[in-house]
Design a protein around this ligand. Sequence first.
Ligand code: NAD
Length: 522
Amino acid sequence: MNAALKIKNETSEIISRNPATGEELGRVPELSAEDVKAAVERSREAFRKWRETSFAERRKLVMRAREVILAEMDEIALLISRESGKPVAEALSMEIAPVLDLMQYFARKGEKLLKPRRVDIGLYSLLGRSSKIVYRPLGVVGIISPWNYPFSIPLGETAMALMAGNTVVLKPSELTPLIGLKIGEIFEKAGAPEDVVQIVTGAGATGAALVEAPPDKIMFTGSVGTGRKIADEAAKKMTPVVLELGGKDPMIVFADANLELVAGAAVWGAFCNAGQSCSSVERLYVEETAAERLTALIVEKTKQLRVGDGTEPATDIGAMSSERQLEIVKDHVASFTKDGARILTGGKSKDLFFEPTVIAGANNSMRAMHEETFGPTLPIATFKTEDEAVRLANDSEFGLTASVWTRDLAKGKRVAERIEAGTVCVNEVLYTHGIGQTPWGGLKNSGRGRTHGIEGLMELVQPHHLHINRFAILPNAWWLPYGADAIETFKGFARYFASGSLFQTSKLMPRLLKRILDLRRK
Ligand code: NAD
């Protein structure tokens, strides 16, 4: 049963609304700190059994959860659209399809990726030692997630945590709690043992209570401000944290790129999910000679976009998630015009809808080129040289993703290597969160740690080092007692053994044997 149903002390309710219409979609309890703590305790209890399950059992659960999603795909896509505002098309293409792929990948490959690993310990192995790493689960993984990808982000992390042998307590965003509860229901229908996946609904205080509980690891996705608070609180209990935070992602376009293609990529990269992706294109830098043509193509494509209720099949751009988000976008657009940039199309809002907005004449001296907008805006700036493009792209407190566009792949790779970001694409944009096989995460204020990929899986386990001495019959040369002879032997260790060379180490052998035999006699 779901933790949200096991409530003693809920303080109040959260009303979930469709941002496109204002319609009430449902009410969920706001769980108290006591209820969250109890959920984590139940999770720890469930972990005792879950950690003993075979990979085959875990795989079965995750694959069954996929079956549930496939059977209810239309209903889930509609729920995502209604609660987050995004078009049904994006609920399918950017949430459901990628997370299904991630789930099958980790379900099928989890065992192989987490296979115990023998470590090459160099010359120590000649002394009869061996080392093996066994990847053990951590325990309870607390997932705190945002509203912009309310299904794929927490579900992907949950599936990975389960495959690694952990149990999960998930705190979904207060703006999308019904999708969070849906994730719990999916695992329930898939036959998850009781309390292996629990959902705790509530706002920031419920998230803070989850951090406080504490779980054995926190996977947080959200804003820099909240990330800082969580890191501070987690540090008090030494709870490890992965932080997936904001972005101000640059797109660098060289004049030799396929500009028609680039325009389509820029429009999708900046405006999909109404610009509310952490890896949205938030700054476009185009080589000066191509600026006019690229800008015209972008404006032409943007003007064709249809803004509306996400549940309408013909909608391209849905509602923004909240009034707060809308206010930030309005402020940034106003700030751009005040600083001298020009709105070429868009710029207006109605209710929670904001028109996709193309802004020309932007540059890095403008405030809105540095703060995360998280809305459907595409500011365009220009550069003259490769070095300038790199400098402008790196002039940011963020470093999540970036893209470089050129027909010259050598140039593309060269520039990509100089960009400070967790992921840099050449002739691609935004979508790599959808490739569950690759690590996801940022540099600078975009976060710490990784989700997805083998690197993300490693965040969900503890490497347990097993070291064995097969010839445990003689004392070690470095044991007590010491003396002048010991000091000479240790100098030999530093000079010869630590060189890693067998030939050099052979020079140490007589002294080493003597020291060992002396120790044995003592
Ligand atoms: P947010 O920080 O406001 O909230 C995120 C989650 O944290 C919510 O569940 C919220 O209830 C919870 N929370 C709030 N205060 C808390 C506290 N003190 N302790 C514990 N939990 C608390 O972020 P948001 O507005 O939901 O999401 C938008 C942000 O997320 C953007 O900055 C975006 O860039 C970022 N984001 C990053 C990634 C990524 O992978 N790097 C992905 C998606 C979104």
